[in-house]
Design a protein around this ligand. Structure first.
Ligand code: C2O
Ligand code: CU
Length: 465
């Protein structure tokens, strides 16, 4: 069997499911939710395809949806039933450093058979996710991730109108089975990362959801892919953007361009009010042929006219641009780029070292974590990072422990600060400037969330004292 979109589109969609119920599993009496990482068999492709060997949290990928309210304490006991060490990172949470889950920087990896207790407060409402942060390029590709939803203190959308959509592209082989053999391929590492050939939503192929006409819904889109930038056009179904990377906007906005790019690890919250009698689909439009990967069926509803929910914005400290410390981040390396001039573990790499080290990308000439941080910030200091992409590929750069604003160039040339984000996209030969207040003490990563790029060098760290 080969993976072919047309064949797939002809395959019948199952009966429309109601909104998926929360996958929340019980919190034990001690307040801990146990999340067990283990190998599991799961079908990723269509009915007739065999099951794949993937890795899951509590036997599902995505793992259980963890849902709490802003300001709540989150307690998760990670149990490792894999045969290699692992750890969990709570992506986008402005978390206490010791709970950030970065093995080798904020904690020792959890060995096979052992467990680790994560215990933190979720300061902001929004759409977040959690994922393995030990050999992430392999562990996340195999399925170790799940949604982390922090609800507003005062409910904005009720549970029937709040839908989490975790999207992932899997690389399947000719039998429609997860392709583990190609994990770690130097070609992926030095090009666009590991791109898949099949898209699932909440672990399902071509799901169908039923919505009521005339009622407002929040769709929480989470891109859990290793490297794929997903592209959708929310205008095709009259949706507005209400949040990016877990941070709510103050009011619904039209997307800025005719395609909304959702880079690896990025989240977008959309608001949609389905029109009576009109089903619609969500399409991935990055290739020339658009691919409808979610179908929405619209039911008649007796509800009155929709009430536009009033959004609730988190309180984040605004960067003080006039008083900022300005740093530079140059991205180099990769295929068709400049492999040379990369320092790794204090040593200049020769071309012959590439195969042995797998290091082909660099931030400011250095591949992966050096002994010293890229910079040390005083707590409360505003940091501006001027980034420049001198490579032939796009990147999705993620800052741990903080949210930042990206400078935007208006048509009249004036620079303004864009929405809060924790991951930003930068295309080949582009420059982007970000600003944030370094107000969270500890050691934090700054890396490309195309996970092969991070493993192959696009990874550094900074410190807030
Ligand atoms: Cu989503 Cu360093 O990770
Ligand atoms: Cu990258």
């Amino acid at each position: 069997m080969t993976i072919n979109r047309r064949q797939v589109l002809q395959a019948s969609l199952g009966a429309a499911a109601a909104l998926p119920l929360s996958l929340e599993t019980g919190w034990a009496d001690d307040g801990f939710l146990t999340v067990t990482a283990r190998p599991t068999k799961k079908k990723l492709y269509l009915e007739e395809a065999p099951a794949s060997n993937i890795w899951t949290y509590n036997n599902t990928s995505p793992g259980p949806e963890i849902r709490v309210k802003r300001g709540d304490r989150v307690r998760v006991r990670l149990v490792n039933e894999l045969d290699e060490p692992t750890s969990i990172h709570w992506h986008g949470i402005r978390i206490a450093n010791a709970m950030d889950g970065v093995s080798g920087l904020t904690q020792e990896p959890v060995p096979p058979g052992a467990s680790f207790d994560y215990d933190f407060v979720a300061p902001d409402a929004g759409t977040y996710w959690y994922h393995a942060h030990t050999k992430s390029w392999s562990q996340v590709a195999r399925g170790l991730y799940g949604p982390l939803i922090i609800e507003e203190t005062e409910q904005v959308f009720d549970r029937d109108h709040d839908l989490t959509l975790v999207m992932d592209d899997w690389r399947l082989d000719r039998d429609g089975v997860f392709d583990a053999a190609s994990l770690g391929s130097l070609r992926d590492w030095s090009h666009a990362g590991r791109l898949g050939n099949w898209l699932t939503v909440n672990g399902e192929s071509l799901p169908k959801y039923a919505l009521n006409a005339g009622e407002a819904y929040r769709l929480r889109l989470i891109n859990a892919a290793n490297a794929r930038i997903l592209e959708i056009d929310p205008r095709r179904f009259d949706a507005k953007v209400i949040g990016y990377d877990g941070q709510s906007l103050d009011k619904p906005q039209e997307p800025e361009a005719d395609r909304l790019l959702i880079g690896p690890a990025q989240r977008v919250d959309l608001m949609v009010v389905p029109k009576p009698g009109k089903g619609f689909s969500m399409e991935e439009i990055s290739s020339d042929q658009s691919f409808a990967f979610i179908a929405f069926e619209v039911r008649r509803s007796s509800a009155a006219a929709p009430v536009a929910p009033s959004l609730s914005v988190n309180a984040l400290r605004e960067p003080d641009i006039a008083d900022a410390r300005v740093l530079k981040l140059d991205m180099t390396g990769g295929a068709m780029g400049n492999f040379g001039n990369i320092t790794h573990k204090g040593r200049k790499l020769a071309t012959a070292d590439i195969r042995a080290t797998g290091q082909v990308w660099a931030f400011n000439g250095t591949a992966n974590l050096a002994e010293d941080p890229m910079f040390t910030a005083r707590r409360g200091e505003t940091i501006v990072i001027e980034t420049k992409n001198d490579t032939a590929f796009p990147h999705a750069i993620h800052l741990h422990g903080h949210h930042f604003r990206v400078f935007m160039q208006r048509d009249d040339g004036v620079a303004t600060l864009g929405p809060w984000r924790d991951t930003f996209l930068i295309g080949p030969d582009q420059s982007r400037k970000i600003a944030f207040v370094a107000d969270n003490p500890g050691k934090w990563l700054l890396h490309c969330h195309m996970l092969e790029h991070a493993a192959a060098g696009m990874n550094t760290w900074f410190q807030v004292t």
